[in-house]
Design a protein around this ligand. Structure first.
Ligand code: FAD
Length: 619
């Protein structure tokens, strides 16, 4: 066929292939079923689907779609078709393949499959001392470090950003020390258990602090706004699989791991880092930076495992990567004392709403809900994602604090539970987590409103930490409203929108430490409360039944992302005000979620390795 030369090999990516849910083998099946072959045959106009060889196709993405506009719920696939394999096995397909025309978003020709590899294999293959594709050198002759010794790098924090920075730097030959204030996952699990059962909050080992960072006891959603198909995200996802995550996360349209899968993954990650020679110290909180002539020369570590009296240790490093997350408020204070450039940043606050999962299934899935309830596992339990804009008025006429605000659902956990994410007993804040099967009776999600630095005005005296004080204020109020002992203030959503206390018995909650009726409508200033109320009413129009006497609001959700940003240079990742300091991840204001934090850590690892002359390629 004219114009089809050169397309006898390579790949066609076929997107938006629909298979009715009733015909599909189910959410966990990522192979090629006959109904999928039928959808492929339709897309390439091949007459007999069963003659297409399965081997020529690979599922790249599979998502469940139950939007009401569809005649029936469906799985939507993206599939790569290997032209050579197809023609070897079914030469008659050539007439059809040759006629294929690219269609944006649906049919795309790729001359060659892009083989994004996981980081460990990629770095292993190249880190053998020879000059190679990645440009890794076998000797260190850069300007930062003397030639004869390995550069020493401290990575502070073992969340996704710190882990990936350590991995890249360790693989590329730096002498890395990873310092984590919290405990390894085994002990951390016991500490979290003690919190849930005996109400003991360990200040250094909790839902925010400890191995794996804030995302370990989480839903482990692997979704991101930075682009699922970008090289960075793909490399991180494949690295998760390398360390034991189920491979279907690479295909699933809304992948998630769940705590039970994250814990062993982190253990494998740790073993690998240790094998690489990375020194990992748990229970080791970095309390200070040693600064000389505007350059970080080392750190002061408070190590609870050292002998009493010798608990502070000073260590020298060539570079310090700061990956502390957004709850290390003491670390932010320390940075402020060193005049590190930081500025307040917008984030969002609100309440966490919880419904019975059955109710969300029936709102989202109608008839199919019964199938989910029977627990057949073919269809994912229902979730939702909502964004509303409220209070759209003429900005010119108004004080900026009254302008339109976005209200959106955040960190939705189907089949999950509400958990305590406080790091200080006088403050109360919550989030959500789940296990891989998402089998609990509840569906929870934060409903949050965006706030900007203008809203932090009352806390201006705290300078760049104004947003932190804003968070604190409402966390303290929530603790008081709950009456102490980590009891969470709660209100039926029906009462919240009518500004009244819930008087009858509250519906059950998944939150283990107890809930207490409270006037949550009085917790935030009116501009936040009203934005939440208006958007909840709008959501109910879209999802009738969302406003229900069975739906319970929990207070308070404040740590949706970092309340500040630590300024850094774009290319080098180095602080703009303190040489040798590399602020990364969510706490530094450059990520929001597991994947974006990991990607930021990975790229910082490469950028720093380059400055340390361990690496000279482009990534
Ligand atoms: P963190 O993960 O916060 O890690 C920072 C680490 O630094 C911590 O381990 C801390 O102990 C350590 N540290 C802090 N200060 C010091 C110090 N001075 N010295 C030594 N160590 C220090 N994101 C998703 O994408 N999907 C989800 O499903 C999801 N669910 C979540 C559920 C919960 C309950 C929580 C709390 C968060 C959730 N998140 C989720 C957010 C996600 O966890 C974070 O975005 C991500 O972990 C940020 O990674 P990070 O490496 O930047 O920081």
């Amino acid at each position: 066929v004219e114009g089809s030369e050169g397309r006898e090999s390579g790949y066609w990516r076929l997107s938006k292939l629909a298979v009715p849910a009733s015909d599909d083998p189910g959410k966990d099946f990522t192979g090629i079923s006959l109904p999928l072959l039928q959808a492929i045959a339709k897309a390439i106009k091949f007459p007999v689907a069963s003659m297409l060889p399965d081997e020529a196709f690979t599922v790249i993405r599979k998502s469940f779609d139950a939007r009401k506009v569809l005649k029936e719920p469906q799985f939507t696939y993206t599939v790569d078709m290997d032209v050579k394999k197809l023609l070897d096995m079914e030469p008659r397909a050539w007439d059809f393949v040759a006629r294929l025309e690219p269609k944006p978003g649906a049919v795309e020709y790729m001359p060659k499959e892009k083989l994004a590899s996981d980081l460990v294999s990629m770095l292993n293959a190249t880190n053998k001392g020879y000059d190679n594709e990645l440009g890794i050198r076998d000797n260190h002759n850069g300007s930062i470090c003397p030639q004869d010794k390995k550069p020493r790098v401290a990575v502070i924090g073992s969340g996704p950003s710190g882990l990936f920075a350590s991995l890249v730097l360790g693989e590329l030959g730096a002498e890395v020390t990873l310092l984590e204030r919290g405990q390894p996952v085994e002990q951390r699990g016991r500490d979290i258990g003690a919190l849930a059962v005996r109400r003991i909050l360990q200040s250094e080992s909790n839902f925010c602090f400890g191995e794996g960072g804030a995302g370990t006891w989480s839903d482990g959603k692997l979704v991101t706004r930075i682009g699922r198909n970008t090289d960075g995200v793909q490399a991180v996802m494949k690295t998760f699989v390398h360390f034991g995550a189920p491979p279907n996360i690479l295909v699933d349209g809304k992948p998630h791991l769940g705590t039970d899968k994250l814990v062993p993954l982190l253990r494998n990650f740790r073993h690998h880092l240790r094998e690489l020679g990375v020194t990992i110290r748990f229970n080791a909180r970095v309390d200070d930076l040693i600064v000389e002539d505007g350059q970080v020369k080392g750190i002061a570590v408070s190590d609870a495992e050292l002998q009493p009296g010798s608990g502070i240790q000073k260590l020298s490093f060539d570079a310090v990567v700061l990956a502390v997350g957004h709850s290390a408020r003491d670390t932010y204070n320390m940075l402020q004392q060193h005049n590190v450039d930081m500025s307040p940043k917008s984030f969002a606050v609100g309440l966490r709403i919880e419904h019975p999962q059955e109710l969300i299934n029936s709102i989202q899935y109608s008839e199919l809900a019964a199938e989910v309830q029977k627990g057949r596992g073919r269809i994912p339990v229902a979730d939702y994602k909502i964004v509303k804009s409220v209070g759209e008025k003429d900005a010119e006429e108004l004080d900026i604090a009254e302008q339109s605000r976005s209200c959106y659902s955040f960190c939705m956990c189907p089949g999950g539970q509400v958990v305590l994410t406080s790091t200080d007993p006088s403050e109360l804040c919550i989030n959500g987590m789940s296990f891989s099967r998402r089998a609990s009776k509840w569906a929870n999600s934060a409903l949050v409103v965006t706030i900007s630095s203008h809203d932090f005005k009352p806390f201006q005296s705290h300078g760049p930490l104004a947003g932190v004080e804003f968070q604190r204020e409402f966390e303290r109020r929530a603790a008081v409203m709950g009456g102490g002992n980590f009891v969470v203030p709660a209100q039926r959503v029906t009462d919240f929108i009518s500004n009244r206390l819930s008087v009858s018995t509250l519906p059950p909650s998944s939150y283990r430490l107890g809930v207490r009726p409270a006037k949550l409508h009085e917790l935030f200033p009116p501009y936040i409360t009203e934005a939440l109320q208006q958007s909840i009413i709008m959501i109910d129009r879209e999802m009738p039944g969302f406003v229900s006497s069975e739906a319970l609001l929990h207070g308070v959700e404040t740590r949706t992302s970092s309340p500040l940003q630590i300024s850094r240079h774009g290319e080098t990742y180095e602080s703009t005000s303190l040489r040798g300091l590399y602020p990364i991840g969510e706490g530094a204001g450059y990520a929001g979620g597991i994947l974006s934090a990991a990607v930021d850590g990975m790229y910082c690892g490469f950028a720093l390795a380059k400055q340390l002359s361990l690496f000279r390629g482009d990534i």
